[in-house]
Design a protein around this ligand. Structure first.
Ligand code: AP5
Length: 233
């Protein structure tokens, strides 16, 4: 329960084993919100997409295999992502909980995660689903720019950097993600509706689903998510 939360430092609230999922269509704001929520709750934010992009940048065999799928907006095979995410979520820094962003994305992945948590004597706290209409998804992804150095995410219209095309944190030139082309955005949305949307029913049936309106300014969405996370704790 929320009352069991303990303060670690002013403004930061930590709850025991807060194992949260952040779900939603591409561009719903999972990364933007995951970073904020992780800082607020004191648990690591773990993005499956970021882990895959790092593997691709490193030129590892797994990265080479993953790029074949990510560049086309297709899902990486379950066995690849389950291995990658299971290892990360069992790491020392995630022992008190985690925010898994973009994982699971299929029912078999959800089953694998439940089994992995069960083996650790843990149970999912809540699955937070950010809801956003397809039209807004396209607007957000088309205008997204990312810092290749620190990963900070901007939007040309909604969250522009202070200096045009340069990261506020390290001054590095911003880039557009390879999979944010109009055709690949359409494919990612179709894949979301076909393969990932069934997870809404999956977690609803288990009493774990918390749906959150993803429209409006990021700070308003953050408040809604924080309330939803607390209601699942
Ligand atoms: P991933 O990187 O997870 O991509 P995604 O799910 O498509 O999500 P995005 O990162 O595109 O968007 P987001 O929801 O994080 O939104 P953001 O905060 O950036 O995965 C990439 C690929 O990896 C997949 O396509 C797949 O191939 C593979 N993959 C990953 N996980 C997998 C898995 N489990 N199984 C198999 N394959 C997997 O925001 C978007 C933009 O909107 C930004 O510009 C931001 O500034 C702006 N914005 C955010 N919030 C607001 C707001 N409230 N108002 C206005 N603008 C906003």
């Amino acid at each position: 329960m929320v009352e069991e939360a303990r303060a670690r430092r002013p403004g930061q609230v930590v709850m025991a084993e807060l194992d949260l999922l952040l779900m939603g269509p591409p561009g719903a704001g999972k990364g933007t919100q995951g970073r904020l929520l992780g800082e607020a709750l004191g648990v690591p934010w773990v993005s499956s997409g970021d882990l895959l992009r790092h593997a691709i940048e490193d030129g590892s065999a797994l990265g080479d295999q993953a790029r074949h799928f990510t560049a086309r907006g297709e899902l990486v095979p379950d066995r690849v992502i389950v291995g990658l995410m299971s290892g990360r979520l069992e790491a020392r820094d995630a022992r008190g909980g985690f925010i898994a962003d973009g994982y699971p994305r299929t029912v078999p992945q959800a089953e694998a995660l439940a089994a992995a948590l069960d083996a650790l004597g843990r149970r999912l706290t809540a699955a937070l689903a950010i809801l956003l209409p397809d039209g807004e998804v396209v607007d957000r992804l088309a205008g997204r720019r990312t810092c290749p150095e620190c990963g900070r995410v901007y939007h040309l219209k909604h969250e522009p950097p202070a200096r045009a095309q340069l990261c506020d944190v390290d001054g590095v030139g911003l880039i557009q993600r390879e999979d944010d082309s109009p055709a690949t955005i359409r494919r990612r949305l179709a894949v979301y509706h076909q393969d990932s949307e069934p997870l809404i029913a999956h977690y609803s049936e288990r009493g774990l689903l918390r749906e959150v309106d993803g429209t409006g300014p990021p700070e308003v969405v953050a408040e809604r998510l924080h309330a939803a996370a607390a209601s699942g704790a």
